[in-house]
Design a binder for this molecule. Structure first.
Ligand code: AMP
Length: 277
């Protein structure tokens, strides 16, 4: 398992894979790896000859009041974790490698980037799009694996690939949870003991919404209101929406293929989750 820090070297690696007719799967992460990330790595290993895990805490996706400064920097730990079941390359570029120009280009993602998570994190999806575009251009992977855990991000990345005619196939993988239902997340480590007990309620409420939608006794608006009220007892609710799963258009009436997406804040920790309805 080699660790590459420079863009030139990862480009050389990608080129030599191409010359040997070896397919590449890229798993983009910000490090702080957990079993959710490892599930993406396993998927990558199944579908491609070579697996690259990128670890880059991307500054352009953090707003001024967000947790860039305290986001865990865990490359050594991540490397040890991956060493148990090695990948071919860990790509861990510096900020300068990723953003060589002091006054560089930016990307404006489609308007969906300003809704839901984008409403309270205005730069987030634009920054994610820029970093992912750069990674896809550098590594030119046949596949890139993303978690359904970040459902809005997954949607925007699929749009990005279409918009810029990239040949990478975007593969999504289900959310990995603790036994109590809490979706694994790098930020969970900041939850204290009491918050760890409260956090799984988010998933329980999502499941109760699914049940209510399937029973078809109440309108989506009423089901939403009840869920928000329930969540508000434990969390500060950022949003809870029922959307069409492919377009992310918010729904007033049930349709085929619905997704429930939610973000809440517990103490200072933002938790997001989503499920198919
Ligand atoms: P992050 O390091 O949090 O930016 O996440 C990197 C990738 O891992 C993204 O595609 C996430 O959607 C995915 N991911 C994060 N948490 C989970 C999880 N619990 N289950 C599955 N995928 C996840």
């Amino acid at each position: 398992m080699q660790t590459i820090h420079s863009v030139v070297e990862i480009q050389q690696f990608a080129k030599s894979c191409g010359q040997q007719n070896k397919s590449i799967a890229l798993v983009p992460t910000m490090g702080g790896l957990h079993k959710g990330h490892l599930s993406l790595v396993e998927r990558a290993k199944k579908i491609a000859d070579m697996v690259v895990v990128s670890i880059f805490v991307n500054p352009t996706q953090f707003g001024q009041n967000e947790d860039l400064a305290t986001y865990p920097d865990t490359l050594a730990q991540d490397r040890r974790l991956l060493a148990d079941d090695p990948v071919d390359v860990i790509f861990a570029p510096s900020v300068n490698e990723m953003y060589p120009l002091a006054d560089g280009f930016s990307i404006v993602a489609p308007s969906i980037a300003n809704k839901f998570c984008g409403n309270s994190r205005p730069v987030f999806f634009h920054g994610v799009s820029l970093a992912v575009l750069k990674l896809l251009l550098m590594v030119k992977p046949d596949y890139a694996i993303f978690g359904q855990k970040d459902y809005q991000q997954l949607h925007i990345i699929k749009q990005l690939v279409k918009e810029f005619y990239l040949s990478t196939q975007i593969i999504d993988n289900p959310t990995i949870r603790k036994k109590n239902g809490l979706a694994l997340s790098t930020r969970n480590q900041y939850l204290d003991h009491k918050q760890h007990q409260i956090a799984p309620i988010l998933y329980q409420v999502l499941l109760s919404v699914r049940q209510a939608v399937r029973q078809k006794n109440q309108s989506l608006a009423v089901i939403r209101q009840i869920a928000i009220k329930e969540l508000s007892q434990y969390f500060e609710v950022d949003y809870l929406v029922i959307v069409q799963a492919d377009s992310l258009e918010a729904l007033e009436k049930p349709t085929q293929n619905m997704r429930l997406m939610c973000a809440v804040v517990l103490g200072k920790i933002r938790l997001i989750d989503n499920i198919q309805l």
